[in-house]
Every structure is written in C-alpha cells, then in structure tokens.
Design a protein around this ligand. Structure first.
Ligand SMILES: [Zn+2]
Length: 85
C-alpha cells in the first residue's frame, strides 16, 4: 500500500451556493439545490452541460455522446440517436 495515495470523493460545485458537494449528489448538501439525474449515468446534470433528445430525459453532454458513440441508441428508449451539442 502506498500511504501517500489518499482516497478522495470526486466533487462538483453547487450552481446555487458554490459549495463543493459529492459528485453524484443530486441535491446540494449545503443549500438543498437540486439537479436532474442524467439519463445515461445518473449523475447530476448542470445547466452548462445539459442536452436532451426531443421529448426525452436530460443527460450530461459527455455521457450522452459517449453512449451514443458506442451504441448509436437513446439509452432510455432504445431508438436510434445521434450526438447532441
Ligand atoms: Zn448549494
């Protein structure tokens, strides 16, 4: 074991209060601000990275495009899908 390696939880900054909260939290532990869950990864979707197919659930741009690049389908409906930007 290398004791210099510290285990750390990833974090993301809250859009509302700026606090760092756990990267997978769908609501801020400090102020309660909430995010939509990504249709691909389940991680919180920040407004700056939000994409959504017509009539579909929101997703994080990078997660959506990685999924569609690999499978060519909407992860929710299974229908053919294209990258979103
Ligand atoms: Zn907050």
């Amino acid at each position: 074991m290398d004791r210099r390696v510290e285990q750390q939880l990833g974090s993301h900054p809250c859009d509302a209060c700026g606090a760092d909260t756990y990267e997978a939290n769908l609501s801020c532990h400090a102020c309660g601000h909430g995010w939509e869950a990504c249709a691909v990864s389940g991680y919180p979707v920040h407004p700056s990275e939000r994409v959504a197919p017509k009539g579909g659930l929101a997703a994080r741009r990078d997660d959506w495009n990685a999924w569609v690049g690999a499978f060519g389908t909407d992860p929710v409906t299974g229908l053919a899908a294209t990258p979103l930007y």
